[in-house]
Each structure stands twice: as C-alpha cells, then as structure tokens.
Ligand binder design. Structure first.
Ligand code: FAD
Length: 380
C-alpha cells in the first residue's frame, strides 16, 4: 500500500500525456526536473505515450520488469528469437535458464507535497481504496474471478494472500488436468489479474512454485504452471522483436515460411460484432462466455480461445476488433498476452499450424456436456 510507504495515490482522468504534464507543472513547476518512473512496455501505443512525455520535457525512467526470465540472460539475441514457442522452450530448458530473482520492494515513497491541491484547474482527487460496485447480474459471477470480494481486490496484500492460499493447497498437483475447465476459482491459478497490474510478479510466483516442488515434489502439473508463464514471456519477446508488425491485419505471417494460414482479410460486419460483444450471437457457448466476460472481466483460457475462434472463423471478422474488445473488458488485460494470443488463433503469428479454428459443437460437448455453464449465464 502506498500509504504504508508514506505516499498516496492520485487519480487523474483524461488524456494521459496532458494530465501528467499538468501534474508536473502543478508540482511547483517541476517539469524538466521531476521524474516519472514506470514499467518499460514494448508495445507501440504505450511507447508512444512515453515518447510524448519525453518530448514534453519530462524525464521518464522506464524499467523492464514484467517478464519471468531475465532477457539479458537469453542464449540468443532478440533478432534470433526462435519463431515457434516450442523451439524457445527447448532452448531455455537446454541452457537451464532460471526465473529472475525476486527484488526487494521499495520501502519508502516520497510524500505528495502539501501544496498540491489542483492539477490543470481541477482539484486533486486523492484516491481512497474503493470497493468495486457489486453490480453483477448473474449469480454465476461468483464462479468466475470474483473481483467484487475483498480477497480479490487489486492490492499486493490480496495478491500475496491468494498466492499463499494457492500454494498451501494441493491445487498445483492437478493444474494440468483442470486448467481447461470453464468455471470456478480453483481450476486454474487466477494469478493473471494481479500479474497484469503488477501487484504480483512472475518471479514471485516461480519462487513459491519452487518451494512447493521442494516440499511436495514436482510433477507434470507443477511444470505446466512454469510452462504457461513461459508463454507469457514468449509474447513479450515477440513484441520486442516485431513491435508494430504484431498490430497489422496480417501480423507477422508474411515474414514466415509457414503454410495453411488464412490469406483473405475478413470482411467487416458491425452488427455481428456487436452481437458477439454482448453475447447474443445465438450460439449458446459463445453467448454464455461473452456474458461472463462483460459481467466479470474474466474468462477461462479455453473460452477465450473458443470465442476468439468464433469471431475469426465463424463470423469472419477482423481479429483486431476482438482483441480491442478484450482489451476494454479484461480484468487481467495484458497487452502482450492479449495481442499474442489473438494473433496466434488468427494464424497471423508464428504458429506452425497457421491458426486455430475451434469446432464449437465439439467444444460444447467436451467442456459443457450437461449445459451447466451455459445455463448459469442464461444461454442454454
Ligand atoms: C484470445 C486470448 C486473449 C488473452 N488475453 C490475455 C490477457 O489480456 N491477459 C492475460 O494475462 N492472459 C491472456 N490470455 C491468456 C490466458 O487465457 C490467461 O492468462 C489465463 O486464462 C488467466 O487465468 P489464470 O491466471 O488462472 O491462468 P493459469 O492457467 O493459471 O496460468 C498461469 C499464468 O500463466 C500465464 N498464461 C496462461 N496461459 C497463457 C497464455 N495462453 N498466454 C499467455 N500467458 C498465459 C498467465 O500469466 C497466467 O496467470 C489470453 C488468451 C486468449 C486465448
């Protein structure tokens, strides 16, 4: 908590660059002498903001911190990044690369100046910890990521409590078998919302995972938690290598000698896109999932894949529109994982199979045979 470290959170609303420049000016005209410290983000739109702030005269100190691995230890340069995930994994394992060491957090943060009362003519809103409004329409929301319960708020305290709870249970032993389920807290780790806002780091998770393995033994499932965190790093590495190219309709596919990927650009269809967003396509599994997403901001990995595939291959829409909708809704939005996964399913990334089309009937039969999930979201 910032308060425990001697500072406070200010909430500013509006254009990021303008607001931060105005804040710097309000701090007794510190523009040019004050610093903004931020995470270094290798994604084009986020980088643009940092560039604009620097142009406006603010000294931005951005530090790379979000990956599990220390990328300076990689056995290849970013230009030589293996194109396919499996090749990356093999190299990492061959070289025995370990997760970064957990760094001690800062213990003190300078207090806000007493004089700071206004930014750009608006009085400063010093944010108090707010409980999110419990406005969910479906009782099923408690079986998703229950962001409205105190244990699931976006604080480091809640993150650590959840981490301890997860690794004090035997859930890691069965992660691989359960991770494709559709509803409930315990079928997957639910670390993603805290990872995405930085109140939990991948390195911290791996430290707890290793302690768990020392005490209880390693198995396929405990390995698979690391494996999934490596996917998260892989999408970061893809961004470092390809940057803006990942945001084009064709992604990076034209760069690679891969076969069987879709070649035509999808047609735009506003009406079907809206139906997809609000969960009224008429395809029950997709509708249930989209309602869960809008209500809770969370969706299982399996259903993210299903609804993404449906948008791309059944509705024939632009995958980037789907990615943008996810960006606006996800409680665990992570620019790298979101863009990377959409690109992968669309076959515009580096998937050797050139896209992932999911058969909705089969997915429904395999993952919701009794219709329990669909019914719980009113889409039976
Ligand atoms: C279309 C699509 C969009 C996605 N968008 C996001 C996003 O914006 N933010 C996000 O964090 N994840 C995203 N994912 C990946 C994945 O669905 C979520 O990380 C996972 O469902 C989060 O729940 P969990 O923490 O319980 O995951 P677990 O299954 O418990 O996995 C543990 C951790 O591994 C990482 N991980 C797991 N699967 C993936 C994956 N496929 N790609 C990258 N990292 C992974 C996450 O950090 C996750 O917290 C997306 C997947 C798809 C198919």
């Amino acid at each position: 908590m910032l308060q425990d470290k001697g500072s406070k959170l200010i909430e500013l609303r509006g254009d990021i660059t303008q607001e931060l420049v105005a804040l710097a000016n309000s701090l007794s005209g510190c523009l040019g002498s004050c610093e903004i410290h931020s995470e270094k983000i290798a994604a084009p739109f986020e980088q643009e903001i940092v560039d604009q702030l620097r142009l406006a005269g603010i000294h931005v100190v951005d530090t790379w911190q979000s990956s599990m691995l220390d990328f300076s230890e990689l056995p290849f340069t970013i230009d030589a990044l293996p194109e396919v995930f499996t090749q990356l994994r093999v190299q990492i394992e061959k070289h025995g690369l370990k997760a970064r060491k957990v760094q001690p957090g800062v213990t003190k943060i300078p207090a806000l100046p007493e004089s700071l009362k206004e930014v750009d003519g608006h009085s400063v809103n010093v944010a108090a910890a707010e409980s999110p409004v419990n406005n969910h329409l479906y009782p099923a929301a408690v079986n998703s990521f229950p962001y409205f319960q105190e244990d699931y708020f976006g604080s480091e305290q809640a993150a650590k409590k959840h981490l301890t709870r997860y690794f004090s249970s035997s859930l890691p032993d069965t992660y691989k078998e359960t991770r494709d389920q559709l509803s409930g807290i315990d079928y997957s780790t639910k670390f993603s919302p805290w990872l995405s806002i930085g109140s939990l780091s991948a390195a911290t998770i791996v430290e707890s995972l290793q302690d768990y393995e020392m005490e209880h033994g390693a198995n396929k499932s405990t390995y698979w938690i690391w494996f999934e965190l490596l996917w998260r790093d892989y999408f970061r590495l893809l961004h470092l290598k390809y940057g803006k190219m990942l945001y084009r309709a064709q992604g990076i596919s034209s760069n690679l000698a891969l076969t069987a990927r879709p070649t035509a650009y999808p047609a735009r269809d506003h009406e079907s896109f809206i139906k997809w967003c609000e969960g009224s396509t008429g395809t029950p599994l997709v509708d249930a999932a989209m309602r869960e997403l809008v209500t809770t901001g969370y969706l299982s990995n399996r259903l993210r894949q299903v609804v993404a595939s449906y948008l791309i291959y059944d509705l024939n829409l632009d995958w980037r529109a789907g990615a943008a909708w996810f960006e606006s809704q996800l409680v665990d939005y992570d620019v790298y994982s979101n863009q990377g996964n959409w690109l992968y399913i669309a076959g515009r990334g580096s998937d050797p199979r050139g896209g992932r089309k999911f058969n909705i009937q089969k997915q429904t039969h395999d993952h919701d045979p009794q219709g329990i999930y669909r019914t719980s979201w009113g889409a039976a």
